[in-house]
Design a protein around this ligand. Structure first.
Ligand SMILES: *Cc1c(COP(=O)(O)O)cnc(C)c1O
Length: 397
């Protein structure tokens, strides 16, 4: 059994704060700041350029990728780190489309995160007018997987509502129609067990600053199914994805496996922080995590529904169809969230009316949930949210 009191003790959480936004930016793991300092002073400072070899900087994207692989049900050697998620989505889609040269449709859903859709739009525009991004309602995806579709590009867990797609079923339907399945795991990696290998997903991507606690700007990951990794052409053919970067060959030859999805110089300091942050997962069983995540979400839903009649559940009621977050709709959700944050409970707001709460068993327990419900109930019952200061919008919501 995973000891979640022990994992909680491995994070710095500000005094008096209940942090229900680890689905957006995970908190600071203990040891991360020291690790960054060590990389800066002992590696960069003392080893200078020799650290690329001596401190293992060059292998870091693959080494850290192996740590992430375990969390998403992938084999070692199938995941590589670098860049941001938007870039990785672009790379995965570009490679996938080349693998289906006679098809022109990318199928996605209206619950997808905007940047995924924007990156697809941009790529398709470059490829030509005959390409089409077809966006349907989340529940209609399976019915729209036709033989025109080259790639089904979805985010596994909806960032707004927490609704979760059936990855195995959709991947199977996509394959039956001759399409490829691309999964964005931004709200899945570190949130629940994922079985990339078992589902046969073709490509997967995700970020590491949410449930994986790598810090703001932590590098993203990309998974390529091993049988595609030797043939998928990288659209962003950077020198570190070359088979022999230090041959300085004037023409590009992709590296053999997923390493071809590397582009340029990795963010070493940030990746070192991530590497440190990922150590906590060595002591975590993902099935235990899921059981606890479901229990925390159910407890929150029951508490809020009993105490806050103004809020309407926006997440699926069925835990099996939900990720590790709970969202409620409220017309004045922005102001209510600001009032909640002022009272020490940090969640976030997603336009137009969603109050979003992430439940992260590594550092959130039942006592935190009860306390959060109590504070939210007080704010709603007293109308304390309805102050001008709470209605004023900041750039980041
Ligand atoms: C958080 C998130 C992103 C963010 O992309 P970045 O390039 O890291 O800014 C992209 N897609 C999804 C589905 C997300 O949840």
């Amino acid at each position: 059994m995973t000891d979640f009191a022990a994992t909680k003790a491995r994070f710095h959480l500000p005094e008096g704060v209940i942090y229900l936004d680890g689905n957006s930016l995970g908190p600071l793991p203990l040891g991360a700041a020291e690790r960054a300092q060590e990389v800066i002073a002992a590696e960069w400072g003392e080893m200078l350029i020799t650290a690329w070899n001596k401190a293992g900087w060059m292998d870091q994207p693959a080494r850290v990728g192996d740590r992430v692989a375990r969390l998403i049900g992938a084999d070692p050697g199938t995941v590589v780190m670098g860049d941001t998620l938007s870039i990785k989505v672009y790379q995965a889609l570009a490679s996938a489309l080349e693998m289906r040269p006679d098809r022109r449709v990318v199928l996605s859903d209206s619950g997808n995160f905007p940047t995924d859709l924007y990156m697809a739009e941009g790529l398709l525009e470059t490829l030509g007018a005959d390409y089409e991004l077809r966006v349907v309602a989340p529940d209609d995806v399976a019915a729209h997987i036709t033989e025109e579709v080259a790639a089904v590009m979805l985010t596994h867990v909806d960032y707004r509502t927490g609704r979760m797609h059936d990855m195995a079923a959709i991947t199977e339907t996509a394959h039956a129609a001759g399409a490829l399945a691309l999964w964005d795991l931004a709200h899945s990696a570190g949130a629940l067990p994922v079985d990339l290998k078992g589902t046969g997903a073709d490509f997967a991507t995700g970020c590491t600053y949410k449930y994986l606690n790598g810090g703001p700007g932590a590098p993203a990951f990309i998974y390529v199914r091993p049988d595609h990794a030797a043939t998928a052409r990288p659209a962003l053919s950077g020198w570190l994805g070359h088979e022999a970067p230090f041959a300085f060959d004037p023409s590009y030859r992709p590296a053999r496996g997923v390493a071809r999805m590397r582009v340029g110089t990795p963010p070493v300091i940030q990746m070192s922080v991530l590497e440190e942050a990922l150590k906590v997962w060595d002591a975590v069983d993902l099935d235990d995590l899921r059981v606890r995540s479901v229990a925390l979400c159910e407890r929150f839903i029951a508490g809020v529904e009993a105490a806050c009649p103004q809020l309407a559940l926006a997440s699926p009621r069925d835990a099996a169809a939900r990720g590790s977050q709970v969202s409620f709709r409220f017309a004045h959700g922005y102001a209510a969230m600001q009032a909640l944050i002022a009272a020490g409970v940090i969640g976030d707001f997603r336009a137009p009316d969603i109050m979003r709460f992430g439940f992260t068993p590594l550092y959130i327990d039942a006592t935190d949930v009860d306390r959060a419900v109590e504070i939210l109930a007080r704010i709603m019952a007293t109308g304390a949210w309805d102050r001008p200061a709470y209605h004023r919008r900041s750039a980041v919501t």
